[in-house]
Write a protein that binds this ligand. Structure first.
Ligand SMILES: [Zn+2]
Ligand SMILES: [Zn+2]
Length: 378
């Protein structure tokens, strides 16, 4: 049986563009795919024919040869050059699906050695350390370059390797999954496309060995709870020719008994004795940098009154600036009075009865109460 013309197999003209070819092929390949036509021998034959035709026409060089010599260009022993038709069948479809789904599947067309894995470490610091910055030594379980082979994976440190026979050096393998061809990293060579000829006895060709590493890390001032620090290249070694992964240090900040942080600002509750609140004065307030500041309190302050201390807050990340500190005053009612305190307070209270201005808030309150009841009667 004479072979059908490749252009008519795909239903396109001899002048068809690469795009037209691709579209025609895609449409027909979907239609005649064996998964959609189970047991249909005719569809299967048509599908093979489509792949054969597209495999030639999608390649400029092969297409030119076909245009000149017809099928003879690709027959055994015939035609000039003897084109390699090794990638027949599914390969054509694979390329199409790569283009259709490559981005969607988020893998692109990566070749060559993989990179080492990223690793994670967790450290906890207290709020003062977050303010001032801190240094920590952390220990991580990781993989480092094998010393015996210098990370080459080869015995005697020669970089002898062969093309991987599983993937033919592509580093990736295509497999049919239902209607789709999926591509994944070759397990034999780990994606590098090459296998070590004479593997190192210590790392068995991996080029890396497991090790606990200890690392000095600097935590910058102003870091917030849950932030992470990336240390490029401090992750796992990736084996022969691969770049190492990164180390991510997740920083947790312990809550502080005195200070609550709000971004670059700090809040602190400061208790005041009832008499301090009434008379006014000075209170000692601790700050995040470890110093104590004297804060003036005006006579008559109330619970909930705030005072702002400029630039006594948190350090701002990557900056010399500081946030503010807010002091929230809290007036304390005295408890467990001594007999003398009680006497004095009773005298104080009696004196207060003569002073109609002594408590503007409660005076205002009682005035409103009077108005309320008089309003009801009227
Ligand atoms: Zn391979
Ligand atoms: Zn080794």
């Amino acid at each position: 049986m004479a072979k059908a013309d490749f252009y008519s197999v795909l239903g396109v003209s001899k002048a068809a563009s690469a795009d037209e070819l691709k579209r025609a092929y895609r449409k027909l390949a979907m239609q005649y795919h064996p998964d959609r036509n189970p047991g249909d021998k005719a569809a299967e034959a048509k599908f093979k024919e489509l792949n054969e035709a597209y495999d030639v026409l999608k390649d400029d060089q092969k297409r030119a040869a076909y245009d000149r010599f017809g099928h003879a260009a690709f027959e055994q022993g015939g035609g000039p050059g003897g084109f390699d038709m090794g990638g027949m069948g599914g390969a054509g479809l694979g390329d199409i699906f790569d283009q259709m789904f490559g981005d969607f599947m988020g893998r692109g067309r990566q070749r060559g050695p993989r990179s080492g894995a990223d690793i994670r470490a967790d450290v906890e610091i207290d709020l003062q350390e977050a303010f001032a910055g801190a240094k920590r030594t952390i220990r991580v379980q990781t993989r480092v370059a094998c010393e015996a082979c210098n990370g080459t994976g080869s015995e005697n440190k020669e970089r002898g390797s062969d093309v991987c026979s599983t993937c033919g050096g592509h580093g990736r393998i295509r497999a049919q999954q239902g209607f789709f061809l999926v591509e994944r990293t070759c397990a034999t060579c780990g994606g590098s496309g090459r296998v070590i000829r004479n593997p190192c006895r210590i790392c068995r060709g991996a080029g890396t060995v497991g090790r606990e590493r200890s690392l000095q890390i600097s935590i910058p001032a102003g870091l917030e709870d849950g932030m992470r620090i990336r240390l490029a290249g401090e992750g796992e070694a990736g084996g022969p020719g691969a770049v190492p992964g990164d180390l991510y240090v997740h920083v947790g900040i312990r809550p502080h008994p005195l200070f609550q942080r709000d971004g670059a600002h700090i809040h602190c509750r400061v208790p005041l004795r009832m008499t301090q609140a009434a008379l006014g004065g000075e209170v000692d307030v601790p700050t995040i940098d470890g110093s104590v500041v004297k804060v003036k309190v005006a006579p008559g302050v109330q619970t909930g009154d705030q005072q702002r201390l400029r630039a006594k807050g948190f350090s701002v990340l990557n900056s010399a600036a500081r946030g503010d500190m807010f002091i929230h005053l809290q007036v304390e009612t005295p408890q467990h009075l001594t007999r003398r305190q009680r006497e004095l307070l009773e005298q104080f209270d009696a004196e207060g009865a003569k002073n109609t201005k002594h408590n503007p808030q409660s005076e205002g309150f009682f005035a409103k109460v009077r108005e309320f009841f008089e309003g009801e009667k009227g």
